[in-house]
Design a protein around this ligand. Structure first.
Ligand code: UDX
Length: 442
């Protein structure tokens, strides 16, 4: 099938590449010519495991190409995916200007039947708005607008796209649904379902899923805070409750709050949608509040440990991306934590396996940067672990002790076993577990 993907951001690029991988002919469009030039050479602007390999292969097989010419790209396409940014407006609602602008441009270009697919996360009612924009110059029988939300996770996006747990298609047109069914058939052949529903329900499904997961994490973050006070270990509580299949084991890991390009934006936007319909979504409001507070708690712990005087203290930070296997720092808890520590007068040396460039753009010479995880430990008053990258899981603890000034670890991701910390004689504070208090200065 011939496909056009408008927007080569995270979702657009993964969508285009994965559809090419299943034998379709894909043209990706973007207004950023530098990006187009790089993509033509197989260079992706994002760090996503497995993506470049697939991209290079499909460029070679001539199944995927890149252009800045929208008209040319959509000419022969049967399906046009809109994977455009929907940044948060000042009030947090999704700004649809890019989506509607492209829809208007398309309305003057289309000459044969097309399925226009909203792939970006967009509020309830967007399909209707896109339909209205397209209808300005285009006859109704030349297009259908479909909602097809994307559930992929950064870091495992290729796998999520190729083996989705489900595909959701919101459409009121049988013709469009049939085309979408054909397009997705290779991905759901293993038995995973494709759900056809109305567009409003599809749009709502995406927000509901992300907000529910954000709520699940926030519940565990609060549970962890209570465990600390009550002398329980949240790891055991998590395992004990997660074994109930109605709850499930996943997304029960407490930490320093959720971040990334989706959860923070989507919870905020859904809360605004609720307001728009005059509904007070109390749980969502709490999720927003809990996450805001959770990001600060690790800084409170540090303040507490250093008797409220962080001025002149130097800390090492391991992990800056909002989660492992990505260089994405959008809404990463590390950003708030860095600001808070700097604000309290501390100095910082940071390390992340892939997010260094992004962090450097943000903080430039306000913080120090290490080439590896050990370099940043030199003379530090303590170490903070903010992202659970695998390489932090089993470090050389003796080497760490030779480098650190104080053997203190503040772990925002519960990476280490308490016994190990006791054995190694670290002062160790984590989330929802007892403090291992073996403070000793070298
Ligand atoms: C999320 C959704 O999972 C995905 O379906 C949707 O399409 C986009 O948003 P992503 O933002 O890539 O994906 O990351 P995810 O793995 O969901 O993690 C989001 C945040 O929650 C991270 O900051 C992560 O550290 C945090 N998290 C996740 C926890 O704190 N605890 C957990 O148990 C799980």
């Amino acid at each position: 099938m011939k496909i056009a993907v408008v927007g080569t951001g995270y979702v657009g690029l993964v969508t285009g590449t994965c559809f090419a991988e299943t034998g379709n002919h894909v043209t990706c469009v973007d207004i950023d010519m530098n990006k187009i030039e790089a993509l033509r050479k197989g260079v992706t602007p994002i760090y996503e495991p497995g993506l470049e390999v697939l991209l290079t292969r499909n460029i070679k097989e001539e199944r995927i190409s890149f252009t800045d010419d929208l008209k040319e790209a959509v000419k022969e396409a049967v399906v046009i995916f809109l994977a455009l940014p929907t940044p948060s407006d000042q009030d947090g609602s999704a700004d649809l200007k890019y989506v509607l602008q492209v829809a208007e441009e398309l309305s003057g270009m289309i000459t044969s039947y097309k399925v226009i697919v909203n792939k970006s996360t967009v509020p309830v009612g967007t399909c209707e708005k896109v339909t209205a924009a397209l209808s300005k110059k285009l006859s109704k029988d030349l297009f259908d607008v479909v909602s097809n939300p994307e559930f992929l996770r950064e870091g495992v996006a290729v796998e999520d796209f190729l083996k989705p747990e489900r595909v959701v298609v919101g459409s009121s047109s049988e013709k469009a649904s049939k085309i979408m069914g054909e397009l997705y058939s290779p991905f759901v052949r293993q038995g995973n379902p494709i759900y056809f529903m109305d567009a409003r329900s599809a749009e709502m499904t995406k927000y509901a899923a992300n907000s529910f997961l954000a709520m699940k994490i926030s519940f565990m973050n609060e549970m962890a805070n209570l465990c600390e006070k009550a002398g329980a270990n949240v790891d055991w509580v998590r395992i004990g409750m997660g074994s109930d299949q109605r709850i499930g084991k996943r997304f029960l890991f407490p930490g320093i709050g959720y971040g990334g390009s989706c959860f923070p934006k989507d919870v905020l936007a859904l809360n605004l949608t609720a307001k728009e319909y005059d509904y007070d979504f109390k749980l969502l409001r709490s999720v927003l509040e809990v996450n805001k507070i959770q990001k600060k708690l690790i800084v409170d712990k540090i303040r507490n440990h250093y008797k409220n005087n962080l001025s002149g203290k130097h800390f090492a930070l391991w992990g800056l991306a909002f989660k492992p296997e990505t260089d994405d720092i959008r809404d990463a808890p590390s950003l708030d934590i860095i600001e808070a520590l700097l604000g309290a007068g501390a100095t910082l040396s940071v390390y992340d396996p892939v997010a260094m460039e992004n962090i450097r753009k943000k903080f430039s010479d306000r913080i120090g940067y290490g080439m590896n995880q050990y370099e940043v430990l030199h003379n530090a008053d303590g170490l903070l672990i903010l992202t659970e990258w695998s390489e932090f899981r089993n470090p050389d603890f003796d080497k760490m002790k030779r480098l650190l000034k104080e053997y203190a670890i503040f772990d925002g991701r519960n990476v280490y076993a308490l016994e190990k910390m006791r054995e190694m004689n670290f002062h160790y504070e984590s989330i929802g577990r007892e403090i291992v208090d073996h403070r000793s200065v070298s």
